[in-house]
Write a protein of this length. Structure first.
Length: 450
């Protein structure tokens, strides 16, 4: 009896889907033929508005029908015909709304249905594809995570279908969408960070090519650029693969280099390390020197929230390690930044007393406030249980390792030590040869002790 019931339910659903599709066919025929329009001005305006709503509903209905086995073939054919008869913005809006309504269990079928309506012609300015891309980019930040995943899959499929020329035409929109997906990845979903970072890297590879590719080695391990300052065995990027990022894209990435979000910072460092520097060299950053200087040195470090302090310090450490001498040690802004950082560390460790800083410093164990003899607590961080773990992504013959998330106080001290190492390594002669009476000689003992 159970098998019989399931068979009856399946046939009933199939017949209902076919009946609904017939209704949609009839409505779409009326819309295409323009029936029901009145001659009066107000009635005509109302009719046109109603027709637009009906067009979106019909388009959505056809997309849903394309996800059902019994109606897929006929729905796909009708979908292609109907798309050519409606405005491109209506079809694009209906497609994005369809992705937001489709159940997660039907995500793969939804992707298959969407690929059927892509404009396959090699035309970078295809109106429908461009509008669809912008609608999908909006879905990457304004909808629930399950719907964002669906939008990301369709975006990747759209990029793979049309190739690098089309992707480069929409470069800024794609990079912004990739950043939005990383920024809005919910912390309470364990796989969200991995999916978002994978989407970001996939977009970059489709835009510029995998510049770390090596045909002789199929299992290269690529670490966070900030974690490889002491390592010399990282794969060298090739300069003859893919294309180079545009000026506006580089400006967008640099803005996110000082983000308080650890995953966003990783993506920015990875982008500069593997997509900007190999193809354009240090000149790409030199052209943005004024922007970088404003991002790093326009605010007092002690006045910023803890995560923003970490972002600034890590950004400066990364730039100095990748482009030694980008900011010479004699630069006054650089010296002021280092002096303020060293003073904050000294106050936190009890080596110096400053009432103005006592409330905004964090010691080497991650505790806020000035040191106290009564504070004899083992340096544990219970909330670290909720931090993201290490992520390993396999892409383009490489294993890309995204480092784990640390408590902000601990990360601040790690970033400070990394910055000191970058400064000393890049300006060793100037650092060690400076007279004790100079500004560099004055901060040298504090940098060595840290």
């Amino acid at each position: 009896f159970e098998a019989y019931s399931l068979d009856v339910m399946s046939k009933t659903k199939s017949s209902q889907a076919s009946a609904a599709l017939n209704v949609i066919y009839a409505v779409s025929k009326q819309i295409i033929e323009g029936k029901g329009k009145s001659s009066g001005e107000n009635e005509l305006s109302f009719s046109v508005s109603l027709t637009r709503v009906a067009q979106k509903k019909v388009f959505e209905g056809l997309l849903f029908a394309a996800c059902i086995d019994d109606t897929k073939e006929g729905a796909v054919q009708k979908l292609k015909t109907f798309k050519s008869c409606v405005r491109a913005d209506v079809a694009a809006d209906a497609s994005s709304e369809f992705l937001c309504k489709v159940p997660d269990s039907k995500a793969d079928r939804a992707l298959s249905a969407m690929t059927e309506i892509f404009d396959k012609a090699d035309n970078a300015t295809s109106n429908f594809n461009s509008l669809l891309l912008r609608s999908l980019c909006g879905c990457c930040s304004t909808h629930s995570w399950g719907k964002q995943i669906a939008a990301m899959k369709v975006l990747v499929s759209l990029m793979e279908t049309h190739g690098m020329k089309w992707c480069r035409y929409h470069e800024n929109d794609l990079v912004i969408a990739a950043y939005l997906s990383v920024k809005t990845a919910p912390r309470e979903i364990s796989l969200a960070a991995a999916k978002a970072s994978e989407f970001f890297l996939r977009v970059c590879v489709l835009l510029y090519g995998a510049k770390w590719a090596n045909k002789d080695d199929s299992d290269r391990k690529i670490l966070d650029p900030l974690c490889t300052i002491n390592e010399g065995n990282q794969p060298k990027a090739e300069t003859d693969l893919g294309d180079t990022p545009g000026e506006e894209t580089i400006r967008i990435v640099l803005q996110e280099l000082v983000s308080p979000n650890q995953l966003v910072k990783f993506c920015s460092r990875f982008f500069i390390k593997h997509f900007v520097l190999p193809s354009r060299g240090a000149s790409a950053l030199s052209d943005q020197a004024s922007t970088i200087r404003r991002l790093l040195f326009s605010r007092h470090l002690r006045l910023l929230p803890l995560t923003h302090q970490v972002g600034l310090i890590e950004a400066l450490a990364f730039l100095l390690s990748e482009v030694p001498g980008f900011f010479p040690l004699s630069d006054q802004h650089m010296l002021n930044f280092l002096s303020e950082l060293l003073k904050m560390c000294s106050v936190a460790d009890g080596e110096m007393v400053d009432k103005a800083l006592s409330g905004c410093v964090v010691d080497k164990n991650g505790y806020a406030g000035p040191p106290s003899a009564d504070r004899n607590i083992f340096p544990t961080h219970a909330f670290a249980l909720f931090f993201r773990r290490k992520i390993v992504l396999r892409m383009a013959r490489a294993k890309i390792v995204v480092p784990e998330e640390l408590p902000p106080g601990v990360q601040l001290r790690v970033a400070s030590i990394t910055l000191i190492h970058s400064v000393v390594s890049g300006c060793s002669n100037v650092f060690f040869d400076a007279e004790p009476s100079t500004s560099i000689g004055n901060i040298r003992p504090h940098m060595i002790s840290l």
